[in-house]
Design a protein around this ligand. Structure first.
Ligand code: MYR
Length: 216
C-alpha cells in the first residue's frame, strides 16, 4: 500500500504499525490511525516528555523517537506521503484540564529544496491566525536551531524557543517545543514550551498533541 488511506480502502480497520511505500520511495513503517473518515498517518505525537525534540535539521528530516510513544515521523517521509498532490492535516491538542481541540486543514509540503515549505491557502492561513498572509497564501519553510529559515531577521526562533517547526514570527505555534509538566515560572522558559497561540495562548504548555496527515 502507498499509504494508510489505501490500507483503509482495502478494508483495514485496525490502527497500528504498517509498512507503506509511497510512489518513488523505499518502503517504511508508519503508525496508521483508522478513523471513520479514512486512514490517517500519524506524523507527530507528544504525551509525556520522554523524547527530546530539540533536534538538528538532519533529525527532523529523517525522523526520531518511539513509534509507540513520542515521535516525529520525519519531513522527508511526510513529503513523500503527501507527494505533489498535498492533502489534509489534522492537529489534535489537549490541555491539562481535560479539554481537547481538533483542527483540520488542507496542506502542501515542498521537498528539501524548499526547506520543506508548508503551503497554506490564504483563507486557511488567516483562519489559523498567521500574521503574514500574502494574497497567494502562505509559504513557510521549516526551521531548526542549525537551519534558520524563519521570517525574523533579528533572531532564530528555533534557538530562542526550542525544537524544529514552521516558525514565522516565533509566536504562532510550536508543537515540537519542550515538554513541561507544569507551567514554568520564568517567561524565558515558558516560551520554549509546546503551544498553539489561538487556542490556549502562547504561554500555555499543552499536555498532549497529535498531528496526522491524509494525502488527497
Ligand atoms: C506566523 O504568523 O508566525 C506564521 C503562522 C504559520 C502557521 C503554521 C501552522 C503550522 C501547522 C503545521 C503544519 C504541518 C504540515 C504537515
Amino acid at each position: 500500500p502507498r499509504d494508510c488511506q489505501e490500507l483503509f480502502e482495502d478494508g483495514e480497520r485496525q490502527s497500528g504499525l504498517f509498512r507503506i511505500q509511497p510512489r518513488g520511495s523505499p518502503p517504511f513503517l508508519v503508525n496508521c490511525k483508522m478513523m471513520s473518515d479514512g486512514g490517517w498517518t500519524i506524523i507527530q505525537r507528544r504525551q509525556d516528555g520522554s523524547v527530546d525534540f530539540n533536534q538538528p535539521w538532519e533529525a527532523y528530516k529523517a525522523g526520531f523517537g518511539d513509534p509507540q510513544g513520542e515521535f516525529w515521523l520525519g519531513l522527508e517521509k511526510v513529503h513523500l506521503i503527501l507527494g505533489g498532490r498535498g492533502g489534509r492535516l489534522a492537529v489534535q491538542l489537549q490541555d491539562w484540564e481535560g479539554n481537547a481541540e481538533s483542527l483540520q486543514f488542507p496542506v502542501h509540503l515542498g521537498g528539501e529544496d524548499t526547506a520543506y515549505s508548508l503551503q497554506l491557502t490564504a483563507p486557511v492561513a488567516s483562519k489559523l491566525g498567521a500574521t503574514t498572509v500574502m494574497p497567494s497564501g502562505l509559504s513557510l519553510p521549516f526551521s531548526t536551531w542549525d537551519q534558520d529559515h524563519d521570517l525574523r531577521g533579528d533572531k532564530n526562533c528555533a534557538k530562542s524557543l526550542s525544537g524544529g517547526w514552521w516558525f514565522g514570527t516565533c509566536g504562532h505555534s510550536n508543537l515540537n517545543g519542550q515538554y513541561f509538566h507544569s507551567i514554568p515560572r520564568q517567561r524565558q522558559q515558558r516560551k520554549k514550551g509546546i503551544f498553539w497561540k489561538t487556542w490556549r495562548g502562547r504561554y500555555y504548555p499543552l499536555q498532549a498533541t497529535t498531528m496526522l496527515i491524509q494525502p488527497t
